[in-house]
Ligand binder design. Structure first.
Ligand SMILES: Nc1nc2c(ncn2[C@@H]2O[C@H](COP(=O)(O)OP(=O)(O)OP(=O)(O)O)[C@@H](O)[C@H]2O)c(=O)[nH]1
Ligand SMILES: [Zn+2]
Length: 362
C-alpha cells in the first residue's frame, strides 16, 4: 500500500489545547498489524478526529526487513531520514528511519513537544523489538514512555495469516503481533459474516487471553479505548487486577501461542522471582513436558513482594523484563496474592505454577 504517502485530510480543530506541564513525559502508542490490515486508515482517522491533543504520527522504518525502497536513496548517508507534514490542527506526520528513538527525541527538540506520539510499524515488523527500544531508553531518562501496543487485524485474512508456517518453526509475524498487543482492533468487519467474525474472535482470544478486543470498519475506534492505556507502567497497577482474569484454555496445536495465567496466595521473594524470570526469559532452561523450551513473548504480573507494602508489577517483552512498585498498597485485611500472565509457546501451566510455588513463593 502506498497509503503512507497520502497526507491525511486537514481538519482544523478550533480548540487546540497546549500540552500540560512541560515536564510531563509523552506517551507513545505503537500501532502494529499485518500488511494492509488498516493501520494507516487508523492513523488518518485519529489525525482527523476531534481529540484536543497535539499528536505526532511517525511512520516507523526501524528494524530489519522493513526497508522501504523509496527512502533508501535519501538515507544513504546513514543520516536520519525525516520528512514532516504539519497539519493545521497542530498534528504532525513524519517518517523516521533511524536505529533508535534518539531520532524522535531530536525531532521533538526541533519541533517542540507533542502531547502524544503514534508510531506505525511496518506490517512485518516485530513490535516487541520496537517496544523494547522505548523501554530501555525510558530507564535512561527519556521524556518519552511506551503507553501500549495496538494491533490492527484484518477480519478477512487474519486466520490465514495466523496459520502461516515459518521456516524452522519460527513464530509468524501475525501471531507475534497478536501476542504482544494490549488492544486488538479487528478491522474490516464489513467483509466477513458473523460466523467468520466469531472464528477470528476465538483465534485471537486463544493466543492472547487478556487482550482488549475492538471491532471496527475503516478502523473507526473510540480513541479513549486505545490511547492512554498505561499498559507498561504502574500508574494503573490496581486495574491490572481486573485485567488478569484467568482464561479458559483452549485445545492447541503444538506450535501455537497460548496465554497461561495463575494466581498464588502469599508473598514472593524478590531475588528468587528474578531468578525464576531469568531462567525463563534469559537462560531459557524451563521446558514443557515434551522437552520443548518455553518461549515467552509477553509477561505480566502483579505480585506481593515480602516486606513491601505496595503491589509490584512485572512486565516482560521478549528478553526484557522489569519489576516496578506501584502506588497501590496491599490492604491490611485482604489476602496478599500473586497473579501471573505468560503469553508464548510451549507454555505448560502446571509446570510453571509448580515451579513458581517451589522456588518463588515464600
Ligand atoms: N472493506 C474495508 N476496507 C478497508 C477497511 N479499512 C481499511 N480498508 C482498506 O484496506 C486497505 C489497506 O488499508 P491501510 O490502512 O493502508 O492498511 P495498512 O495496515 O496501513 O497497510 P500497510 O501499511 O501496507 O501494511 C486500504 O485500501 C483501505 O482503504 C474496512 O474496514 N473495510
Ligand atoms: Zn500503512
Amino acid at each position: 500500500m502506498e497509503e503512507e504517502d497520502d497526507c491525511p485530510e486537514l481538519v482544523p480543530i478550533a480548540n487546540i489545547q497546549q500540552s500540560g506541564q512541560s515536564g510531563d513525559k509523552i506517551p507513545v502508542t505503537i500501532i502494529t498489524g499485518y500488511l494492509g490490515a488498516g493501520k494507516t486508515t487508523l492513523l488518518n482517522y485519529i489525525l482527523t478526529e476531534q481529540h484536543n491533543k497535539r499528536i505526532a504520527v511517525i511512520v516507523n522504518e526501524f528494524g530489519e526487513g522493513s526497508a522501504v525502497e523509496k527512502s533508501l536513496s535519501i538515507s544513504q548517508s546513514g543520516e536520519l531520514y525525516e520528512e514532516w507534514l504539519e497539519l493545521r490542527n497542530g498534528c504532525l506526520c513524519c517518517s523516521v528511519k533511524d536505529k533508535g528513538l534518539k531520532a524522535i527525541e531530536n525531532l521533538m527538540q526541533k519541533k517542540g513537544k507533542f502531547d502524544y506520539i503514534l508510531l506505525e510499524t511496518s506490517g512485518l515488523a516485530d513490535p516487541g523489538a520496537v517496544a523494547s527500544m522505548f523501554w530501555v531508553d525510558a530507564e535512561l531518562g527519556s521524556d518519552i514512555y511506551l503507553d501500549g501496543i495496538v494491533s490492527v487485524v484484518d477480519a478477512k485474512y487474519t486466520l490465514q495469516h495466523l496459520a502461516e508456517e515459518k521456516p524452522e518453526g519460527l513464530i509468524n509475524e501475525a501471531a507475534r503481533q497478536v501476542a504482544l498487543a494490549d488492544v486488538i482492533i479487528v478491522n474490516k468487519t464489513d467483509l466477513v459474516s458473523q460466523q467468520e467474525l466469531e472464528d477470528v474472535r476465538i483465534a485471537v482470544r486463544s493466543i492472547n487471553g487478556i487482550v482488549k478486543m475492538l471491532e471496527t470498519q475503516r478502523s473507526r475506534v473510540d480513541l479513549t479505548e486505545i490511547l492512554d492505556l498505561h499498559a507498561f507502567d504502574s500508574t494503573f497497577g490496581g486495574s491490572l487486577q481486573d485485567k488478569l482474569i484467568p482464561v479458559a484454555s483452549h485445545p492447541h496445536l503444538d506450535k501455537s501461542i497460548v496465554t497461561v495465567t495463575f494466581e498464588i496466595d502469599g508473598n514472593v521473594n524478590e531475588e528468587k522471582l528474578n531468578l525464576f524470570i531469568q531462567d525463563l526469559l534469559w537462560e531459557k532452561n524451563i521446558k514443557d513436558s515434551s522437552g520443548n523450551t518455553m518461549e515467552v513473548i509477553r509477561l505480566k504480573g502483579l505480585v506481593s513482594v515480602k516486606d513491601k507494602a505496595h503491589q509490584v508489577i512485572v512486565q516482560g517483552v521478549h528478553e526484557l523484563y522489569d519489576l516496578e512498585e506501584t502506588p497501590v498498597s496491599w490492604q491490611e485485611d485482604s489476602q496478599r496474592l500473586n497473579r501471573m500472565v505468560f503469553i508464548g509457546r510451549h507454555l505448560d501451566k502446571d509446570i510453571l505454577r509448580e515451579l513458581f510455588l517451589a522456588t518463588v513463593n515464600v
